[in-house]
Design a binder for this molecule. Sequence first.
Ligand SMILES: Cc1cc2nc3c(=O)[nH]c(=O)nc-3n(C[C@H](O)[C@H](O)[C@H](O)COP(=O)(O)OP(=O)(O)OC[C@H]3O[C@@H](n4cnc5c(N)ncnc54)[C@H](O)[C@@H]3O)c2cc1C
Length: 458
Amino acid sequence: MKEVRSAAPWSIGLLGGGIAGLALAALLGERGHAVTVYERDRVGGKLRRITVGGLAFDTGPSLFTFPEVWRALLARLGEPDPLDLRPLPGGLGVHHTPFGAAPLPVPPGHPLHPAWEAYRAPARPLAGHLTTLLTTPPRLSDPTFRRGSAALFRATGGQPTAEGWVRARRLPPALTHAVGTHALNAGLTPQDAPALYALIPALAADAVFRPARGMGALLDALLAFAAARGVQVEEGAEVARVDPRTARLTLSGGEERRHDLLVSALDPARLAGVLGRPVRSPVARRTVSGVALYAALPGDAGLPPTSVLPPADFARFRAAVRAGALPPDTLALVHADGPRLAVLLTAPATARDLRPEHPWVRAQVGRVERTLGVPGLLASARDVLALPPRHYAAGGHPGGAIYGAALPAWRGGPLHPQPYRPRPRLWQVGTGVHPGGGLPAILGGALIVDTLLGESGV
Ligand SMILES: Cc1cc2nc3c(=O)[nH]c(=O)nc-3n(C[C@H](O)[C@H](O)[C@H](O)COP(=O)(O)OP(=O)(O)OC[C@H]3O[C@@H](n4cnc5c(N)ncnc54)[C@H](O)[C@@H]3O)c2cc1C
């Protein structure tokens, strides 16, 4: 569809100053609109700068994948890349499966290398199409989207779930387990995630990055792009009520603001709350939450940048998180960077205040330390900060589900149109509306919504 440029700037109220909200604010500012971002807390959402034991940490995302999506955003803004993305040694990291360790990517000479090559062969033709799928509105009338979705269908061979796709490949068990783990990075087990997730290691393992100045550089860049386009950012401004007919909103202090249009970059369940609608989110229908531990160590732990400890049994893990119970062994991601250590433990989305001294957290940390051969590592830390499910629930989905509601496999991924525009004067962007997990999905989602807004005359 041809884009219709608006003649006059619109006053747009953007709810939520996470990465999705800021990215879309910059894009709308680029079109000349007057944008105000309302953020209940500090900007950045799940990605924020904290200090632990005198060391700076960036919370939330640690792996920057599919950088072409970021480059597509830069191209639309006409900006050079300020991030200085550096490849992360070891890619997606060593996966300590019950069947042995599997580094992803598997390097030549490793016994799993031939199986790794066989595994990723069907994904190769998809590589060139993934950016299109992540950044283009899903419409069969669009030939580029049609080509991309056809490539995805060919690569997934009609398997609906990640588990089904991996099983059909008949890979060695260590590789099957390691690949299946990546479905969990989008908050769903391999039994529940679309088949595309089983292809993510094949598509991303060789190209995992981090900005030279840490992930916080992404937040800085988006804030700078937004400021240069006149975007007003209000922190500590919680939106309590929204009237989508008049595009009027009320802040929690009672102050009213009027706009021509509203865009929510909140989790859809939170948006339902401010619209005065009942919020339905049974725990079995949520993606997972987590306990993120940020530790300032006395020195370099000597660990690889990324280590992954999957649950030993995905079926048992699934049963636990769907029942809201703590799984006996959970997915643990360990990121080490000199004296900085981040241990991310997957937990059910029940808004629990799980602290480092909680017996379950201690047991999971013990498992990490035993597996990586670093006993007492966390106890040696000068300081540890924990962000539990309760933290993620405060600004996100009920229970602290990191990726919002768990959609059925056929609705997840980039093929299904999402509720971009639930009301004529209310649009949506962000994790809960662009399923797929992390930054590529939400940055691509911001581009999709910007395209659709442009086509609608905004
Ligand atoms: C531990 C962890 C590890 C991760 N690892 C990776 C990774 O390695 N790679 C990757 O790509 N992704 C990763 N992710 C995912 C990535 O961080 C998220 O997808 C992304 O940050 C979500 O951005 P968002 O803007 O959609 O949502 P959010 O960051 O949740 O932003 C929503 C914002 O809305 C605000 N808000 C809520 N209610 C209101 C209200 N009523 N009024 C005003 N404001 C409100 C919130 O305070 C928040 O700032 C990780 C996430 C976590 C938590």
